[in-house]
Design a protein around this ligand. Structure first.
Ligand code: ATP
Ligand code: MG
Ligand code: MG
Length: 372
């Protein structure tokens, strides 16, 4: 029996395990103390990590898996490096580190000469102000290692807001970026195997609500051949540079001047959830295939696909009642909380218009007040 160990016990671990059960795989999960593991209950052995666990103890407690992978960006890198001596670890710890730290991410992008928003690294509030002067307002100030769903970042448009930020004088180091007036946001999800084979899903267009991904549609519309070529070249280059094995995502801004890379995720990604509907190999299955050295599955689609995140409260029965045939509801078994990602709905259609209409219809059902 092949066993996969996953660091993390959230919805991404859940969907990986659900895909893997179909493939005859077994799973174990490593959760941090206090982390909810409701998403993976019943899907395998759950191990709770205490700070003094050695890699050997973790490896044994997880049932001596054949491979260990991650479902989140913040992981104990020393532990991950320690585990490499005991079994395969994919993606490799250096790649996880590079994607989990915005300074290292920028360094990586610069080293392979790929474009991203102009930036400065600031070690104090004064340096944030200096960076704002050099880059010009508006700027986005980001915590380098904390933050997801737009948390731990500040969009600063005016001198007054800049003054307020510097007077607050939050401790720490900051990534200061020019705020990009993008046309839209697209992401690329791709999978790379140990022998370098790479398969790339079509670009996905993403819409956010207050920094949280709300919906995706794929393939993204109006992608010129050169833009699409850039998207594919950039992610291929990055995966190669990191010697990456598994699924990764690259979030981008499409601007009038071309493509800018926003950030990388060393894992399966919310903008790839639409791949679960069955027309293509899901990102979860492809991730497992890659980390286990299996042949990669197709990443191509003919139809149009959409995904709507379920944030906060919702009435499952009501949604199920109103789902069309070309749709699927995924519920992560989480305790409800405002804006918490509880699940998602995938839809597919013959063309973009029908998928757009379906996403709008479902959005009105889920969020009758307009916003999540
Ligand atoms: P995620 O949940 O995707 O991991 P995150 O909290 O790590 O998000 P980012 O992806 O860097 O943060 O930013 C969240 C959103 O904020 C982006 O999707 C984009 O809409 C906006 N944003 C971030 N950086 C910039 C920028 N430099 N210019 C304009 N908008 C930006
Ligand atoms: Mg992020
Ligand atoms: Mg992001």
């Amino acid at each position: 029996m092949t066993r996969v160990g996953i660091i993390g016990g959230g919805q991404l671990a859940r969907m990986m395990a659900l895909a893997g059960w179909n493939m005859g795989l077994q799973f174990s999960f490593l959760a941090s103390e206090g982390e909810s593991t409701r998403c993976v209950e019943g899907l395998g052995n759950i191990v709770v990590l205490s700070p003094d666990h050695t890699p050997e103890q973790v490896y044994t407690a997880m049932g001596e898996p054949d491979v260990i992978t991650v479902e989140r960006e913040r992981v104990d890198l020393d532990l991950l490096r320690g585990l490499t001596g005991l079994c395969a670890v994919h993606p490799n710890p250096d790649a996880v580190e590079a994607c989990g730290d915005r300074f290292k991410e920028k360094q990586l992008l610069d080293s392979v000469q790929l474009p991203s928003a102009p930036y400065r690294i600031a070690a104090s509030a004064q340096q944030v102000a200096d960076a704002a002067r050099t880059l010009g307002l508006p700027i986005v100030v980001k915590n380098p290692t904390e933050g997801y769903d737009g948390k731990q970042q500040w969009h600063i448009y005016t001198d007054e807001q800049l003054r307020a930020f510097t007077e607050e004088n939050p401790p720490g180091q900051w990534l200061v970026e020019s705020r990009i007036a993008f046309d839209r946001e697209v992401s690329m999800v791709a999978v790379r195997s140990a022998n370098g084979d790479t398969a790339i899903y079509p670009p996905t267009e993403n819409r956010h609500h207050n920094g949280i991904l709300l919906s995706s549609i794929a393939p993204a519309a109006n992608m010129s051949a050169s833009l699409l070529g850039n998207c594919e070249d950039y992610i291929r280059t990055l995966l190669g540079a990191m010697n990456y094995v598994g699924v990764a995502a690259m979030e981008c801004f499409v601007t009038a001047q071309g493509l800018l890379i926003n950030e990388l995720a060393p894992r399966v990604h919310n903008s790839g959830h639409w791949t679960m509907l069955g027309e293509t190999t899901s990102q979860f299955e492809n991730h497992l295939r890659a980390i286990l050295g299996m042949t990669l599955g197709s990443t191509q689609v003919i139809r149009c696909h959409g995904m709507l995140n379920i944030l906060g409260e919702y009435d499952r029965e009501d949604v199920l009642h109103q789902l069309s045939a070309d749709a699927a509801l995924h519920d992560y078994n989480k305790t409800p909380a405002p804006l918490r990602k509880r699940g998602h709905i995938n839809v597919a259609g013959e063309n973009r218009e029908s998928v757009e209409n379906e996403l709008t219809r479902l959005q009105q059902i889920l969020y009758p007040g307009g916003d999540p």
